[in-house]
Design a protein around this ligand. Structure first.
Ligand code: HEM
Length: 126
């Protein structure tokens, strides 16, 4: 009865915990830079920096024991005029990266469901 609630890190574990997220973000950021639709928006991005931010953010989002210290999503994407098609392109690049890392479809969908609400802060153009 007095047991403290266990943090639910099932999704984090399914993603392979920290090493799994690091490997995934390496593939993801490389895919973003190479993407014909949105690659240009990441041309000045330092891959190692963005990967680190994304590892921490996805760790938190999936219930892992991390702290995300980057900008909130609204501030991070302010002035970028990101539209829905660009947002969807990023999601596709993430799906391709998750496939490449052999992440099960159900796990993929759970992660995407937790990222989806961020569209409100990221998309600022039509
Ligand atoms: C669910 C969707 C998204 C998530 C979770 C996400 C996450 C992040 C994170 C964590 C950062 C780092 C913030 C910081 O440095 O403090 C970032 C930066 C950035 N994001 Fe996003 N983002 C998303 C969508 C997008 C989209 C759709 C685009 C453009 C097509 C985009 C372009 C960028 C760019 C250009 C940066 C700056 C990278 C740099 O040069 O340091 N993001 N994003």
């Amino acid at each position: 009865q007095s047991t403290a609630p266990m943090p639910n890190d099932a999704l984090y574990q399914a993603l392979g915990a920290k090493p799994g997220l690091q490997a995934l973000m390496e593939v993801f950021v490389a895919g973003l830079k190479a993407d014909p639709r949105i690659g240009v928006q990441f041309k000045d991005t330092k891959s190692s920096y963005l990967q680190e931010q994304l590892v921490d953010q996805f760790c938190v989002v999936s219930g892992g024991p991390c702290k995300y210290e980057g900008a909130d999503m609204k501030a991070a994407h302010k002035g970028m005029d990101i539209n829905k098609a660009q947002f969807n392109a990023l999601v596709e690049v993430l799906q391709v990266a998750m496939d490449a890392r052999n992440i099960p479809f159900a796990t993929q969908n759970q992660l995407l469901a937790r990222l989806a609400p961020m569209h409100r802060d990221v998309i600022t153009a039509h």
